[in-house]
Design a protein around this ligand. Structure first.
Ligand SMILES: NC(=O)c1ccc[n+]([C@@H]2O[C@H](COP(=O)([O-])OP(=O)(O)OC[C@H]3O[C@@H](n4cnc5c(N)ncnc54)[C@H](O)[C@@H]3O)[C@@H](O)[C@H]2O)c1
Ligand SMILES: O=CCC[C@H](NC(=O)CCC(=O)O)C(=O)O
Length: 489
């Protein structure tokens, strides 16, 4: 059993109930510990509050130095980090190595973003200076999802600390081991006591933390369902900052294409990478009802059937690993069945590869005949195909979702992309490129049920600090002329 919590610089055992994490490709237990109870959540918030004045009073450069020391730890331990992420999520090792690399890359990008978007500026005005500076919010909670248990919480934590906030991390209950390692690396980097705290646990721990009066903000990445609950919980607290990064039901439209093989490749990278467990994954594929559409779909079906699925460390490496759990795999098979029940036609059926694991084959399903398609995010390797004859109708259907995270258009025709771009509603809009693999050097976020206009990645700096505008002069002075009606003797 692990001393699973890190509060005020101490590793502690939780006093809540026990929980475990598994290697989803084998079912083996790889971590067990106890969750934080409400008192321990309280202690974590108190530790972060106590640490806040010292941390926020350090200079920007001093905080950056500290965060760079964390980057050194990440670099030294990148292999261990990638292995741990692979073991706990089921993602292939080649892929988790890219996650570890993204975590390291996040440091310099966040420093640059903070300086550019929230740094200090001043300009001269009559007898004074107009000054803009930024201050941290104070104590913030970071909630992470399981699909990128390192990179995505890291994408909130690093900019939050650079801005001068102190943090309480509540990772996904599916990935406590990765969180533990990440916080150990912060500890090794010499971060002052209380600046980062870790509370592990399931939903109850999340509820206790999100409801805590001592928070000044909450940065969340996870499902739209949980994000909506948090939004309701934060209603009536206008002074607390809430950043929500949630799911999507992302459309990808195939238009006029000449390179079918490239379109097939980019579609696979859009829909099946990480076994479909990325928020940006394509979920609905619009294919024209013509010969090119038929040929594209046949080649796509052939290539998807050939996708290698396997264990994280298999050689040769698989493209798709296990889903996060057997329950998630069963959920995808159930979602597929619900679509079949309402008139969908399977082109490639998801099948379980090994009972007791999250290993499943990829699915492709034609939902063109379904009258009312559920607007749901199926968080796994199931791509829904919709055949279309009229581009305007395809764009209308693409927009017929409560979500608005990513959207794509494959076409050789720039004018038609422009036409699509002007009409589509999403925070990420790609042309002839996969929907996944967004850059940390750009803002990242969605609209509608996908987010609340607090884009993360490069723009995370914006929600980590608030602007303070001032007019400053070194001495008091009288103006050259007084306002009408004023007399000073
Ligand atoms: N937009 C993005 O940047 C982005 C990135 C990755 C994942 N996601 C989305 O995340 C989802 C998958 O992640 P997940 O299943 O881990 O998400 P989740 O919503 O189940 O969990 C996210 C976090 O919230 C906590 N939580 C759950 N219920 C809670 C409650 N009632 N109160 C407080 N906290 C609670 C969890 O313990 C976890 O730490 C998908 O929908 C995916 O699209 C979005
Ligand atoms: O699952 C959701 C994240 C998907 C991932 N997005 C990013 O990495 C955004 C960049 C960042 O946060 O630094 C993707 O697009 O694949």
């Amino acid at each position: 059993m692990s001393a699973s919590l890190f509060i005020n610089g101490q590793w502690l055992e939780g006093r809540g109930h026990m929980f475990q994490s598994h290697n989803p490709a084998t079912g083996e237990v790889i971590w067990s510990g106890a969750s934080a109870d409400a008192e321990q959540v309280d202690a974590a918030v108190a530790a972060a509050r106590t640490a806040a004045p010292h941390w926020s009073n350090l200079s920007f450069e001093q905080r950056c130095e500290q965060v760079r020391r964390y980057a050194e730890q990440l670099t030294t331990h990148k292999e261990e980090l990638a292995r741990t992420i692979a073991e706990e999520t089921g993602k292939p090792f080649w892929e988790t190595q890219t996650e570890a690399a993204a975590m390291i890359g996040k440091i310099d990008i966040s420093i640059k973003a903070a300086a550019e978007r929230t740094g200090e500026r001043s300009s001269d005005m009559a007898g004074a200076k107009a000054v803009l500076r930024h201050k941290p919010h104070g104590v913030v909670a970071v909630f992470g999802p399981y699909n990128f248990p390192g990179h995505l919480p890291n994408g909130h934590i690093v900019p939050a600390l650079i801005a001068g906030n102190t943090v309480i991390l509540k990772p996904s209950e599916m990935t406590p081991k990765v969180a533990e390692l990440m916080v150990q690396l912060w500890e090794k980097s010499g971060l002052p006591t209380g600046v980062i705290n870790l509370v592990q646990g399931e939903k109850e721990t999340g509820i206790a933390l999100a409801a805590h009066d001592g928070l000044d903000g909450l940065f969340f990445t996870g499902s739209s369902r949980t994000g909506h609950l948090l939004h309701e919980q934060f209603a009536g607290h206008p002074g607390k900052i809430l950043a929500l990064e949630m799911g999507g039901n992302n459309p990808l439209i195939i238009d006029q294409i000449s390179d079918i093989k490239a379109a097939v490749h980019e579609t696979i990278q859009s829909a099946y990478i990480t076994s479909g467990q990325r928020c940006t994954c394509a979920r609905r594929l619009f294919v024209p009802n013509n010969d090119t559409g038929d040929q594209f779909l046949n080649e796509l079906k052939e290539a998807v059937a050939l996708i290698k699925v396997g264990g994280q460390f298999d050689e040769p490496a698989p493209f798709m690993g296990s889903l996060i759990s057997e329950a998630a795999a069963d959920g995808m098979i159930a979602a597929q069945q619900r679509l079949l029940d309402i008139g969908a036609k399977s082109l490639l059926t998801i099948e379980k590869i090994k009972p007791g694991t999250g290993l499943i084959t990829p699915g492709l399903i034609d939902v063109s005949a379904v009258e009312v398609l559920p607007d749901e995010e199926y968080f796994g390797p199931l791509l829904q195909v919709i055949r279309y004859t009229d581009l305007d109708d395809a764009i209308r259907q693409a927009n017929a979702t409560q979500y608005g995270l990513s959207a794509g258009f494959f076409s050789d025709n720039a004018e038609r992309f422009d036409y699509f771009y002007r009409r589509i509603r999403a925070g990420i809009v790609n042309w002839n490129k996969q929907l996944t693999g967004a850059s940390s050097a750009a803002p990242f976020g969605g609209i509608g049920a996908s987010g609340n206009h607090r884009a993360s990645a490069y723009y995370a700096a914006d929600y980590c600090a608030y602007p303070v505008a001032g007019i400053e002069a070194e001495k008091l002075s009288l103006p050259e002329s007084l306002s009408p009606g004023l007399t000073l003797n």
